[in-house]
Design a binder for this molecule. Structure first.
Ligand code: PLP
Length: 414
């Protein structure tokens, strides 16, 4: 897709923002369950895909389509499907590609819910091999004739391991395997994984895309470039005639539709409004996070993990893959669980909540919440220790944030 304007302009004036049915400036909220037709023949044509139209909101809805097209355009995809949550986007995409007996290769530093899901899939006969580092060397050793997909987070939450999308995609494609990326923390503002070589991108739109913390949602964007081998990817065999769009068609007309985890029209509307300010928010969030990380890093008894810090193991990717930004998540180790709690409890502005990507700065102790179901080894591989505090930086004034965190850290020594 050609773009002759920059990010923030494209957010408001892209191809998909060109006016709706009655010339509304935003897509109206089609808050209905079903759509009415003049004749049975007309509805039949919609059901048999002979004419375009909506029938039932679980299968399609104009407000949801508008949001799908907006994110699809931002990511440079060939088609997108909205889901009720980020977890349902991951579930639907993995189930569209894998069936019993198949294998997934995944990076370790994953979101807690995703780790739990991959364990749940074991009971369906879908096995996951976890690797500490998702790169060419590890893939070469791990890919088997049962491997069907490589799954990783572009910037893992909260461990901040960055996937080298180009390298991983090249290695996976050589073996005829697609790459599925959870780009929630990177956002389309920082990176466009499909352009870097990935095949499918998912987001929990609940986070930065919505940005206001007002609705749960997820989206799957298919790059439409992967050449499926239907002898290998037997889960998609029935959709062979759609070629490179087989994954999208299977999602849309089969697994996603039947799982029933559609996005609500109201949530699509709220997320549509939200994403229009993604550029402005991310600029501020990244600037605040960088300043806060550097201020906290000066404290002798606090170990800060943030991508723009000079010694960070993935620092080089800030410029090479993330548009010069470090993102909105930073975490630090406080020395003990007690001190971590003490710091969290005495923060004035940071809100204690289990979420990221809000306008407000949010904090949490992940080990006692998000990773309750994961084992110790897995939790630590995800960069979560007993003394880790995760911060999702908001858009407050950075001086206030820095003062708040530095006083909490100072008070915790008393
Ligand atoms: C929050 C999150 C998810 C899950 O999304 P929900 O919308 O909460 O279901 C998946 N991946 C990452 C990286 C997340 O931060």
């Amino acid at each position: 897709m050609e773009h002759d304007c920059k990010f923030n302009t494209r957010l408001l004036h892209g191809e998909t923002s060109k006016g709706y049915g009655q010339r509304e400036i935003l897509p109206p909220i089609s808050q209905v369950s079903a759509f009415q037709y003049e004749s049975m023949e007309e509805l039949e044509r919609v059901f048999t895909h002979k004419s375009m139209g909506y029938a039932y909101t679980r299968i399609g809805n104009p407000s949801v389509s508008a949001f799908e097209q907006k994110i699809n355009e931002l990511e440079g995809g060939a088609g997108a499907v909205c889901c009720s949550s980020g977890m349902s986007a991951i579930t639907a995409s993995l189930l569209a590609i894998c069936e019993s007996g198949d294998e997934i290769i995944a990076g370790t530093g994953l979101y807690g819910g995703t780790i739990d899901l991959l364990h749940d899939l074991e009971k369906l006969g879908i096995h996951t091999i976890f690797t500490k580092k998702l790169d060419k060397t590890s893939l070469t050793g791990l890919i088997t004739d049962r491997t069907r997909v490589i799954f990783g987070e572009l910037i893992s939450n909260p461990s901040l391991i960055v996937m080298d999308v180009k390298e991983v995609s090249e290695a996976a494609h050589e073996a005829g395997i697609p790459v599925l990326i959870d780009s929630t923390t990177a956002t389309p503002y920082m990176a466009r994984p499909i352009e870097l070589g990935a095949d499918i991108v998912i987001h929990s739109t609940s986070k930065y895309i919505n940005g206001g913390g007002n609705s749960i949602g997820g989206i799957i964007v298919d790059g439409g470039k992967f050449s499926w081998n239907f002898e290998k990817h037997t889960a998609l065999k029935e959709f062979k005639k759609y070629g490179r769009m087989a994954f999208s068609v299977r999602l849309r007309t089969d697994i996603w539709e039947n799982l029933g985890s559609c996005m609500a029209p109201m949530n699509a509307y709220l997320s549509y409004i939200g994403v229009e300010t993604l550029g402005l928010r991310m600029e501020k969030i990244c600037d605040n996070a960088d300043a806060l990380a550097k201020a906290l890093d000066k404290e002798p008894d606090i170990e800060v993990n943030y991508l723009t810090l000079p010694g960070h193991p993935y620092h080089e990717y800030v410029d090479s893959q993330l548009g010069g930004h470090g993102g909105g998540i930073l975490n630090f180790r406080a020395g003990s669980r007690e001190r971590a709690f003490k710091i969290i409890n005495s923060l004035k502005y940071a809100v204690i909540a289990s979420n990221i990507g809000d306008l407000r700065t949010l904090v949490i102790h992940p080990a006692s919440t998000l990773y309750l179901r994961s084992g110790r080894e897995e939790t630590e591989a995800a960069g979560v220790f007993d003394d880790t505090v995760r911060v999702s930086v908001g858009i407050e004034d950075k001086e206030d944030l820095i003062n708040d965190f530095l006083s909490a850290v100072a008070d915790s020594r008393i």
